[in-house]
Design a protein around this ligand. Structure first.
Ligand code: NAD
Length: 260
């Protein structure tokens, strides 16, 4: 149990990648604060089910677009568990539209949830990590933090911003026991991507299977989805002592997407 006694917060962990990362951290003995919309009890049960005895799992329903709720999420985590050691900034949404048709409220929401929320969690959580001289901050960016696709201007801007902020804060903490890194997944079949599969199936008259194949073929040379479990195991590595000098990295797990 690599993370026994550590306390982790994963934002947006009621489904998809966040839930997978929370499960991987819990398997290693970390206590978990989950966050996100939807069925919180189901998510807590799914994490508790894979955790060794003694691991505590809680949920806080902060809306990650709201600064005061984010501040309360961090302070509630610290008061419930006594500390916060591992912060995974994962909550995210997508909106796909050409820029001239991009709804202003969707632009604001994508930037707030995918980028600004990480600024707030980090600025509030970092002082405690520095005091204890140990911390791990893992930002879930995307291949879209490294390269672009059409019709995703807000998402690409937010994810490039998140990769940039990762590097900046890694430099600010470089001589401390706190490391800051990003994970850049390619396609992972979660509810967020299922929406894009559904849109493609409808627009092109494809079956679900053919829409998935077409989505992968366009970007991801392995023609395989990355899984939440694979990303969870990378997060565990980033929390290990072996990764104590991994700083400001943005690691792509993308079946070769950005190698092209
Ligand atoms: P998902 O839709 O399955 O999960 C998103 C999570 O964020 C859910 O728990 C949801 O409740 C939560 N959330 C959304 N808005 C929120 C808000 N305002 N406040 C609090 N929680 C909120 O999506 P996912 O695919 O698991 O995405 C997780 C992260 O991974 C996102 O940042 C996404 O950009 C990134 N990502 C996903 C893929 C992919 O292919 N699925 C690829 C690269 C990066």
């Amino acid at each position: 149990m690599l993370l026994k006694g550590k306390v982790a917060l994963v934002t947006g962990s009621t489904s998809g990648i966040g839930l997978g990362i929370a499960q991987s951290l819990a398997r290693q003995g970390a206590h978990l604060m989950l966050n996100g919309f939807g069925d919180a009890d189901r998510a807590c049960a799914a994490v508790q089910a894979v955790a060794p005895p003694g691991v505590q799992v809680r949920h806080h329903g902060a809306d990650m677009s709201q600064v005061h709720q984010i501040e309360d999420l961090i302070s509630s985590t610290e008061s419930a568990f006594g500390q916060l050691d591992i912060l995974v900034n994962n909550a995210g949404i997508q909106h796909v539209a050409p820029i001239e048709d991009f709804p202003v409220d969707r632009w604001d929401a994508v930037i707030a949830i995918n980028l600004t929320s990480a600024f707030h969690t980090i600025r509030v959580a970092l002082p405690g990590m520095k005091r204890r001289n140990w911390g791990r901050i893992i930002n879930i960016a995307s291949t879209h933090g490294l390269v672009a696709s059409a019709n995703k201007s807000a998402y690409v801007a937010a994810k490039h911003g998140l990769v940039g902020m990762t590097k900046s804060v890694a430099l600010e903490t470089a001589t401390t026991g706190v490391t800051v890194n990003a994970i850049c997944p390619g396609w992972v079949l979660t509810p967020l991507v299922q929406q894009q599969v559904d849109a493609r199936a409808a627009a092109q008259g494809l079956s679900q299977e053919d829409a998935k194949k077409a989505l992968l073929a366009e970007k991801q040379p392995s023609l395989q989805f990355t899984t939440p479990e694979q990303l969870g195991e990378l997060a565990v590595f980033m929390c290990s002592e072996a990764a104590s000098n991994l700083r400001g990295a943005a690691i792509n797990v993308d079946g070769g997407w950005v190698a092209q």
